[in-house]
Every structure is written in structure tokens, then in C-alpha cells.
Design a binder for this molecule. Structure first.
Ligand code: PLP
Length: 235
């Protein structure tokens, strides 16, 4: 078995255990394989193990890998998206996790309309209020969602956060818990067109705690593929 298959087995076991601890079903959680910087050949090993949903944070990488990876996979854009690049991925991705400005939402709306599709999106929330991170503040999220609710070619599926880098994943539990509460509070407003059921939270360092707190998508890169090598990726 390849190291990737071994890694996936280990991640799967941890996901199953975290789900069980919190009384949740494994099938309610999507393991998104974060394939940024990985080659098509490497990614195919993960796909062969059943991981067909892939997360990328750069438009260029999705464009490069889209054809070679073929039809059997689902791409998610998880990183910061520049408005002028929406047109390149609008018909390639199943979900955009990183919607955090009105300008970006409007561009996605426009491009989705021109393709005659409805794009699933998540609102990126900066739960820990970190200056280095993108995302709407928790306090502004409800108002933002209300505006997006009026856009006919966007479907707001839920919230996404990138939690702080921590040694001990327990340190992020409060942020995950607060994001879940934010989702519950917004759903309780019964806004037309809004029923959020997705929480994209948890990465290699903290996905177990994220699952305990309600994550429905965990984004795992290093835990599956090993440490990333950025040296050959200066595009
Ligand atoms: C790279 C990345 C991940 C995966 O990070 P790992 O720590 O390698 O699991 C998850 N989410 C986003 C937005 C990322 O950019």
C-alpha cells in the first residue's frame, strides 16, 4: 500500500472516531482532499482510495489539473479568489468556500448567470478575527448572508473558516463552536432562500475537534499527502 493509502486509512479512522464520540454519522461528513501543490499522479492515488472531492486554493492549479484529472472528481475552490479569475473556474468547481466580499459575490452571480447555473457557495468567516486572514467578521455575517440571499445564481450552503494555527487543537474548539452557533442563529432568522447545512471547518491539525463541533466538510491536505513542497510551484 502506498503511503497515501496508509495516511487516508489513518485519517478515516480518526474521522470515524470523532463522529462516534459526538453522536454523528460518518456519512454526514465530507473529507475534502486538499490537493494544492500535488501532482496529478499523486492526486490520482487519493482518488483511487475513494477521495473524489478535491480542494485547491489557486485558480491556476485547478485549470492545470482539470483536464488531466477528468470527470470522476469534484473540485472545490477553498482559497482567496480574485474577482477577475472567477470566469476561469465558474464551470469547473462544485463549490466556492471563500466568499468574503460583496464584489466577489456579485461577480460569481454574474458569471453563474451567464452560464445558466446556480453556484453553491460558503461565506468565509474570520472567527478568530485574525488580521492575516480573509473573511467576514462574525458580527457582519448575517447582514452579508441577507444580501447574498437575493442573488439568484448563488446558493448559500453554509459557512467556512480557517482557524488559527495551533499546537493543540483544543485551542480552536471555541471558534468551531461559535461558528456552529452562528449557523444556527442565521437559520433561525428564516431568511428567504437561506437554509445553511454546511460547515467547512477543520484542517490536518484540528479536524477531529471540528467534527466534534459539527463540521460537515473537513479540508485535509498534509494529513493525506504529507508535508507540501512549494519549491517547484512558483507560478
Ligand atoms: C492548505 C489548506 C488546507 C489544508 O491544510 P492542511 O493543514 O495541509 O490540512 C485547508 N484549507 C485551506 C483553505 C487551505 O488553504
Amino acid at each position: 500500500m502506498s503511503y497515501i493509502a496508509d495516511n487516508i486509512k489513518e485519517v478515516e479512522a480518526k474521522i470515524a472516531a470523532a463522529a462516534q464520540r459526538s453522536g454523528r454519522k460518518r456519512e454526514d461528513i465530507l473529507l475534502l482532499a486538499v490537493s494544492k501543490t500535488q501532482t496529478v499522479e499523486t492526486i490520482q492515488q487519493a482518488v483511487a482510495c475513494g477521495l473524489t472531492s478535491l480542494g485547491e486554493n489557486k485558480v491556476q492549479e485547478i485549470m492545470d489539473k482539470y483536464e488531466p484529472m477528468g470527470n470522476g472528481v469534484h473540485w472545490h475552490l477553498i482559497g482567496h479568489l480574485q474577482t477577475n479569475k472567477v470566469k476561469y473556474i465558474i464551470d469547473k468547481v462544485d463549490m466556492i468556500h471563500s466568499v468574503e466580499s460583496l464584489k466577489l459575490a456579485e461577480e460569481i452571480e454574474k458569471r453563474a448567470a451567464s452560464k445558466g447555473i446556480v453556484m453553491d457557495i460558503l461565506v468565509e468567516v474570520n472567527m478568530a478575527d485574525e488580521e492575516s486572514k480573509f473573511g467576514i467578521t462574525p458580527d457582519n455575517t448575517l447582514e452579508f448572508v441577507k444580501i447574498l440571499a437575493k442573488m439568484e445564481h448563488l446558493r448559500v450552503r453554509g459557512l467556512m473558516t480557517v482557524a488559527p494555527f495551533v499546537e493543540n487543537q483544543e485551542d480552536n474548539r471555541e471558534y468551531f463552536r461559535k461558528m456552529r452557533q452562528l449557523q444556527v442563529d442565521i437559520n433561525a432568522k428564516k431568511i428567504d432562500n437561506i437554509k445553511m447545512d454546511v460547515l467547512s471547518m477543520g484542517m490536518t491539525g484540528d479536524y477531529e475537534v471540528a467534527i466534534e463541533e459539527g463540521a460537515t466538510i473537513v479540508r485535509v491536505g498534509t494529513g493525506i499527502f504529507g508535508a507540501r513542497d512549494y519549491s517547484n510551484k512558483e507560478k
